[in-house]
Design a protein around this ligand. Structure first.
Ligand SMILES: [Zn+2]
Length: 81
């Protein structure tokens, strides 16, 4: 039964270190976005019938007139590519 030599252990440690390093590098290369992009990519938006400039990603009340916001669909092509 072969015993693990110091040389074999060194190779294993280097391999593990390389793998962990590559994983960390990969995660750093693709960081999590700071902004919740789900809200930016969703096709649903809520807007006030009286104030179309009011846009929200969730239902609520218009901050201008207090009317309940109505569900509208974002125009095609307005989102990020
Ligand atoms: Zn309004």
């Amino acid at each position: 039964m072969p015993r693990f030599t110091t040389r074999t252990s060194l190779i294993v440690i280097v391999l593990i270190g390389t793998t962990v390093g590559a994983l960390m590098w990969w995660r750093l290369r693709a960081p999590r976005p700071l902004v919740d992009t789900r809200a930016l990519t969703t096709a649903e938006m809520w807007s006030c019938a009286q104030h179309p400039e009011v846009r929200r990603f969730e239902p609520g009340l218009c901050p201008v007139c207090g009317r309940p916001l109505e569900l509208v669909e974002a125009p095609a092509g307005s989102g990020p590519p």
